[in-house]
Unconditional design. Structure first.
Length: 409
């Protein structure tokens, strides 16, 4: 029997109405310093440069993922009946902690650290004295069980499907939350209907055939959100500026000329994996302060790139054809700007749904009226077209707009 809180804790939420917490372990995890750090990490990286209200955090998203997981393991009869109490605690904790290892500026920071945030997430869960202590005091081996869900190595394959698969709590929360805070409608879908049509068959989560339309709507929401929000060229411009600034700082570190005003970046620029203590202090508050200090750096490239980030003088962009790249390179050289820091090529490709043949849990399965189970691209003409149609891509080159006489992005 796992200890419950004295009363159900509720946190108001604009997406879910309330976040409900009735297990002591979840409440303690929420109040841990690593989880509170997520208040200082924005959810959407560069998108707040496009959508001015998109200042929501990994903290609120992680709570939202937890709430959807909680509802799945308590309100969906098949899932509730398939899991024991320890498994429910495990997957709720995994939903809550799935992003605890995120660095600032969303996935752009992973380019700089050369380390996926999931690596730090599992390190924190299994090695941080506070987080590991909370989990192990609740049940021996719980920290490994939670990390195994995030690593997709859980002994129960249902648990990773709930947190991170194709129809999962992570995606369902971030689509609804990001749509809400960007003021767009693209990410909206019928969460209540999806929860009603979830079933468990042969160790995997499936959807009733009558729920296919709701899942199609969810998949199309992903499609539109990626191209209208996540891959917006101005958001990518901002993130490429960050990468360029760190490239210059890393070169200066190699030359022994790193500005003394950025000790918080020194471990990162040495090219090694950060310790948990070093990683903890790298939130967006610390980075913003460091950028402000770098604005005054003696190195003109560092000072200019830091000022562009702080003042929203972003790089302009155009199609990344060889002709355009050559033209921009020549203009940069004439302006005395090094293409190594002032030219960035960024190509993105995305399919809103793509079944992974090596992992059955990473596909969406439909239980047809006759009882047979089909992967959704064989049960939906819309999804079939998305899976088998041409892959949409967007390949752009980013550069200071003033070299062409145009304004910044």
């Amino acid at each position: 029997m796992f200890r419950k809180t004295d009363e159900v804790k509720v946190l108001r939420d604009p997406v879910h109405g309330y976040i409900h917490v009735d297990y002591d372990v979840i409440w303690k995890l929420i109040n841990s310093k690593w989880f509170q750090r997520l208040r200082r990490i924005r959810q959407l990286g560069g998108a707040h440069m496009v959508y001015h209200t998109a200042d929501h955090t990994r903290f609120s998203h992680s709570l939202g993922v937890y709430e959807i997981v909680r509802r799945m393991v308590t309100e969906v009869p098949d899932i509730a009946g398939a899991l024991d109490e320890r498994e429910k605690i495990t997957v709720m904790a995994a939903g809550l902690l799935h992003d605890i290892g995120h660095g600032p500026y969303s996935h752009a920071f992973e380019v700089i650290t050369k380390c996926p945030h999931e690596t730090y997430t599992c390190m924190i869960i299994e090695q941080d004295p506070e987080i590991r202590g909370i989990l192990e005091q609740t049940a021996e081996g719980l920290s490994k069980d939670v990390a195994d869900v995030i690593r997709h190595e859980s002994s129960n394959p249902i648990l990773p499907q709930i947190v991170s698969a194709q129809l999962d709590a992570d995606r369902m929360d971030y689509l609804l939350r990001d749509a809400y805070f960007t003021g767009t409608k693209y990410g909206e879908f019928d969460l209540e209907r999806i929860l009603r049509v979830l079933r468990v068959r042969d160790g995997r989560i499936v959807v009733k055939e009558s729920g296919v339309y709701a899942v199609e709507n969810y998949i199309m929401a992903r499609y539109h959100m990626y191209w209208q929000v996540y891959y917006h060229p101005i958001a990518r411009s901002y993130e490429n500026l960050i990468v360029s600034l760190f490239a210059r700082l890393r070169d200066l570190e190699h030359e022994g000329k790193l500005p003394e005003t950025v000790p918080v970046f020194e471990p990162l620029l040495k090219g090694r994996q950060l310790t948990l203590e070093e990683y903890f202090v790298l939130d967006e508050y610390a980075c913003s302060y460091a950028f402000e200090m770098l604005r005054k750096a003696e190195d003109p490239v560092v000072g200019d790139l830091a000022s562009r980030l702080l003042d929203r003088r972003l790089f302009d962009y155009m199609e990344a054809s060889e002709e355009n790249i050559g033209k921009v390179t020549e203009l940069l050289k004439k302006a005395g700007l090094d293409p190594a820091y002032y030219l960035a090529r960024d190509g993105v490709r995305q399919k809103p749904y793509e079944p992974y043949s090596k992992d059955a849990g990473n596909a969406i399965w439909v239980r047809m009226h006759g009882g047979n189970i089909l992967e959704i691209s064989y049960a939906s003409n819309i999804v079939y077209s998305l899976v088998n149609g041409p892959q949409i891509s967007d390949d752009r080159v980013f550069f200071p707009g003033e070299i062409t006489g145009r304004q910044s992005a």
